[in-house]
Design a protein around this ligand. Structure first.
Ligand code: PHE
Ligand code: ZN
Length: 481
């Protein structure tokens, strides 16, 4: 099928959403042929929006079954559907909308939205995959409280998971069963996740600094059940480190990791339910090297650290991707430096930066840490956004000192917990917490290149002949290692 010509999206065109979604209640009926999704949304018009603004929900590749407003089914003339959206021209200022769609996850080979991997159901929503599950305001600055019920065959799919805490479960007729999950923390749709399948569970627990018990679970295919111990130890170390170094505690009753074989990236920080490419979870002494062990620990830490830098405080728009990725890479680098040798870790990171990021920055793909325009956001999960972004965060720490950096982080969370913000907000927190003048520093976000105009005009540059050591970044496509 021919896709429409992509449009360029500009940072300068950002405008806040016209509608907000207070509550999202989802019901998935997973089937081998079709999967039915019923989405019940409590929507209100934003205070700043035009009272005549239509409601435009994102949606791609969906079969729309029905739409109801305030419980009343809408006739087809009352809305507009095209291949990218569902539009309701006339809606009140506050209302409940029910949308039913049908999916065929078994045919989904893009690994975005709901798909199947080794016979199990699994989702991937960052950056814009949720719109392939249901019609929604699929943008990171729309935060909603999600309650998700998953219904499936009890024999084929004994494990039913979603974000948040378990709320209810039980048997239904015809061999079906269900589980309901409630996530009390408002989140954007890109952090949504669902997993259903026949999976083995490796369990443990962690008691947080304030004494709360957290249930820890790693779900894998049964034949991998003996390869989870290192990943589990890494989760506990990460939780403890974030408490000690940044005063950040885990916030749900349960933290789950699922390892799947089909996954586009390294791993994904969905709230309370991280999904990993299985190669970044599974390790056993007789089949994994020391590097593999360190790498797994780093990726586990990265995804765990996102719970605060990415999930509790998220991005206003995708131009701000480095707000969560640069900061979280810096945090996982700092963690690994303390768990292993700080010097060796730094040498590895700098080598990788020089080999990959400098090359990207010197070529046709050069872009700033905060790009000003994009056509396809999926092409911006780059070494510049991640690793150069982490170097920019590291410079705050260098300039402000470890204590000054911590004061900035504390203020950032105090101001922005539960919000979708920008790299300017991060800079403002660092500035205000320290009475520093970081006006010049702003340029690091907007200017591409590693060494100013000279490197681009002089032409010749001595190439680094060092071995490529692609260690930890969680984003790196696994086949590029
Ligand atoms: N957000 C993930 C991470 O860096 C990377 C990712 C992006 C995974 C997009 C899947 C899709 O931790
Ligand atoms: Zn990340």
């Amino acid at each position: 099928m021919k896709e429409a010509t992509p449009r360029t999206i500009y940072l300068k065109d950002y405008s806040p959403p016209d509608f907000l979604i207070n509550e999202t209640v989802l019901r998935f009926e997973l089937g081998d042929e079709t999967t039915r999704v019923v989405s019940h949304l409590r929507i209100r018009r934003s205070a700043t929006a035009d009272t005549a603004a239509p409601l435009v929900l994102d949606g791609e590749n969906l079969a729309l079954v029905s739409v109801a407003l305030g419980g009343k089914p809408l006739p087809a003339e009352a809305y507009l559907v095209d291949d990218k959206s569902l539009t309701l021209p006339n809606v009140p200022d506050a209302f409940e909308l029910t949308v039913e769609t049908c999916l065929r996850p078994q045919d989904n080979t893009r690994l975005e939205g709901l798909y199947r991997s080794s016979g199990n159901f699994c989702t991937q929503c960052e950056a814009e995959g949720f719109r392939r599950i249901t019609y929604y305001l699929d943008r990171p600055d729309v935060l909603s409280v999600f309650t998700t019920t998953v219904v499936a065959d009890a024999a084929k799919y004994p494990v039913l998971l979603s974000n948040g805490n378990p709320a209810a479960s039980g048997l239904l007729e015809d061999g079906q069963h269900y589980a309901t999950w409630h996530d009390p923390y408002p989140k954007p749709s890109y952090l949504f996740a669902l997993v259903a399948g026949d999976l083995a569970c490796h369990r443990d627990e962690y008691v947080t600094a304030s004494g709360r018990r957290v249930d820890l679970r790693i779900y894998v295919e049964a034949h991998n059940a003996d390869k989870c111990a290192h990943a589990m130890a890494s989760v506990k170390k990460s939780m403890q480190w974030d408490e000690e170094r940044f005063g950040l505690e885990y916030d749900l009753d349960i933290y789950m990791i699922v390892a799947v074989d089909d996954f586009n990236m390294g791993a994904m920080e969905n709230k309370g339910l991280n999904v990993f490419n299985s190669r970044f979870v599974l390790a056993r002494p007789d089949t994994a090297t020391d590097d593999d062990y360190e790498h797994i620990e780093g990726v586990i830490a990265h995804e765990y650290f996102h719970n605060w830098t990415g999930n509790r405080v998220t991005c206003r728009d995708w131009f701000q991707l480095s707000l969560k990725e640069g900061l979280t890479v810096f945090r996982d680098q700092s963690f690994t430096a303390e768990m292993t040798s700080g010097t060796v870790k730094r040498i590895g990171d700098v080598r990788r930066l020089r080999t990959h990021q400098f090359a990207e920055d010197a070529g046709p793909m050069a872009h700033p840490v905060r790009p000003a325009a994009y056509m396809e956001i999926n092409n911006f999960y780059t070494v510049t956004v991640y690793e150069k972004g982490a170097e920019v965060v590291r410079m705050y720490e260098t300039l402000l000192g470890r204590d000054g950096f911590r004061r900035g982080m504390d203020l950032y969370f105090k101001r922005h917990d539960g919000q979708a913000v920008t790299t300017d907000d991060f800079l403002a927190a660092m500035t205000d917490a320290n009475g520093a003048d970081l006006e010049q520093f702003r340029r690091w976000y907007d200017q591409a290149g590693t060494r100013g105009w000279r490197s681009r005009t002089s032409g010749s540059r001595k190439q680094d002949a060092t071995r490529c050591v692609c260690a930890s970044p969680a984003h790196r496509r696994p086949d590029s290692r």
